[in-house]
Design a protein around this ligand. Sequence first.
Ligand SMILES: CC(C)(COP(=O)(O)OP(=O)(O)OC[C@H]1O[C@@H](n2cnc3c(N)ncnc32)[C@H](O)[C@@H]1OP(=O)(O)O)[C@@H](O)C(=O)NCCC(=O)NCCS
Length: 199
Amino acid sequence: MGALVDSWLSGLKKAPFLHSSRLLLRPICVGDVAHIQSSVNDERVCNNLSYTPHPYTMEMAENWTRNVNYGMANDSCCYWAICDPKTETFIGTMGLSISREQEGCEMHYWINADHWNNGYCTEAAKRTVIHVFEDLKMHRLYITHRAGGIASKKVIAKCGFVFEGVIRESLKRLGKFEDVISYSILQNEYLAMKKNGIY
Ligand SMILES: CC(C)(COP(=O)(O)OP(=O)(O)OC[C@H]1O[C@@H](n2cnc3c(N)ncnc32)[C@H](O)[C@@H]1OP(=O)(O)O)[C@@H](O)C(=O)NCCC(=O)NCCS
């Protein structure tokens, strides 16, 4: 497989620029791949992601970027780099799996561990919720976390997701079966939160 070149990754450029009070969500570019590799290779991040192997190599990060580019070209997903717009520091990634037929999306995220507990994920996730309902006009946004994913559970609660249920032992990770917890926001629930000033 050849080296990644930005001009080949036109799918990635479909991500719209999303601004929030402290953050910029922008298209992922080749210059981010080394940051993605080193962030995900950190066991604090990797151990909380469902299917990501450790060690997480540069080749894996490049393949992930190629797959996201392909998915974005086909409109089946949208991924962003989460950055500090002032310093251009790379903070993490935000993503959506998209089903136009079902008018639904699934949210995915991780934050570089050096930037945890600053409220960045909550801020980026809330900005993405707005994008899903205001720009993409989706009916349903859902998210899951593994039962032990306490930080993600908190982010999900702060965004106003509604608990749906436990998908029992649906994740096999490090040789053990784990429960996965599922949540969603429906369009009418988003509109109610917007009316109440939560969005
Ligand atoms: C989940 C993750 C994205 C959160 O990023 P973040 O920017 O630190 O999130 P925020 O700062 O917005 O919120 C994190 C919340 O979790 C809390 N938290 C973090 N670790 C915790 C722990 N071990 N126990 C209890 N609460 C914890 C924080 O205190 C904060 O809550 P608060 O605002 O009420 O204080 C980050 O931890 C991460 O990348 N984890 C690994 C990958 C992952 O789990 N991805 C999600 C897959 S579903």
